[in-house]
Design a binder for this molecule. Structure first.
Ligand SMILES: Nc1nc2c(c(=O)[nH]1)N[C@H]1C(S)=C(S)[C@@H](COP(=O)(O)O)O[C@H]1N2
Ligand SMILES: [Mo]
Length: 335
């Protein structure tokens, strides 16, 4: 793939990763200082006055939009859970990098109407301004794709605000794609181009990395599928791992999410032997849902607490070997 937009200078050209542990996520809306970051090739220094977003490919009116023009479209805000899919080389390891934030920006459907999408188009390819080496392979852009069928559920944004502030440099300034219900990796930062196409993008980031074994199609796991829709997941915020607690009634609680709403969260206090339904708040927009359970420890000693989410389509979190494997936390109960 060749470079299709001028190269901005890079503030850093090293991968930047910011991990946040579940115990830090006590707030419903994740503050910027608790926000995960994943900048695979570093962070470009983008000048919003020189920035433009090209809409090209299978459209009736190829368009370029400046930042000023983008901000003149009606502004939409939405609160949504934001989940990193983890290390693309180790897709079966859960990293639990997650946040719940408020995005502000322009509805993608509105921009696409403006350009006039042709009926043959099936996929949207999106390009970031960052470039460099990703796992030792040179890249001209960060590129992702999305099936256009995702648009019928709405809420896809070209976001320029995060928690009511302009995007920060590391979070994609001046504008990024936000696809609630899809993993964060699809939400291209420093967005510079949208291309309508009749097939998937075939570059390194979309066909070699960021893929999962598709066991439904092929039990050997050789056939893979893109990491798009978010799988059901839940995390404990409290208690934190290795906490010592008294033998009193204790609230154990956390957050749960999926690409659809979560129907229930079950908790186990005996390492997964038995499960009890927790109390779960109803879904609110596209945010994560709080679950809680009051636990009276039956004795002192070490306990393995677990939580598992079940979403509206009945999907349950697996025990292990997936990015959304069950979260377990060990606590020590003292008399
Ligand atoms: N242009 C660009 N977009 C990107 C990335 C990137 O490296 N470059 N990383 C992706 C990944 S893997 C994740 S999890 C999210 C992280 O967004 P954040 O750094 O704003 O938290 O951005 C996605 N969008
Ligand atoms: Mo990610």
């Amino acid at each position: 793939m060749e470079r299709i937009a001028p190269k901005p200078p890079m503030i850093t050209n090293r991968m930047r990763i910011r991990n946040v542990s579940p115990g830090q996520l006590t707030d419903r809306l994740t503050r910027l200082d608790n926000l995960l970051e994943l900048s695979s090739m570093g962070v470009p220094d983008v000048d919003s006055r020189a920035w433009q977003l090209d809409i090209a490919g299978l459209v009736n009116r190829p368009t370029s939009i400046t930042f000023e023009e983008l901000k003149r479209f009606p502004k939409r805000s939405l609160e949504s859970v934001f989940v990193c899919s983890g290390d693309p080389r180790r897709p079966t390891i859960p990293l639990r990098r997650v946040a719940n934030v408020k995005w502000g920006g322009v509805d993608l459907a509105e921009l696409l109407d403006h350009a006039g999408v042709r009926p043959e188009a099936t996929h949207l390819w999106s390009y970031g301004l960052d470039y460099g080496r990703f796992f030792d392979t040179p890249q001209d852009h960060y590129v992702k794709d999305m099936p256009l069928s995702r648009l019928k559920d709405g809420n896809v944004l070209i976001a320029y605000e995060l928690n009511e502030h302009p995007l920060t440099q590391q979070n994609g300034f001046p504008a990024r794609l936000v696809i609630p219900g899809f993993y964060g990796t699809n939400c291209v930062k420093w967005l510079c181009r949208l291309e309508l196409r009749e097939r998937r993008a075939t570059d390194f980031m979309t066909t070699r990395l960021y893929r999962d074994p598709d066991f439904e199609v092929d039990p050997t796991g050789q056939t893979t599928k893109p990491i798009w829709a978010v799988a059901p997941e839940s995390i404990f915020v409290a208690p934190k791992p290795e906490t010592r607690i008294k033998r009193n009634a204790t609230e154990i609680w956390g957050w749960a999410w999926s690409c659809s709403a979560v129907r229930s969260v079950e908790v186990s206090t005996d390492g997964g032997e038995s499960w009890t339904e927790s109390s779960l708040e109803p879904p609110h927009e596209l945010s994560w849902q709080r679950f809680s359970h009051v636990w009276l420890p039956p004795r002192s000693g070490s306990f393995d607490l677990r939580c598992r989410a079940i979403d509206l389509s009945g999907r349950v979190q697996p025990n292990n070997s997936t990015r959304n494997a069950i979260h377990s936390v060990r606590v020590i109960v003292e008399d």
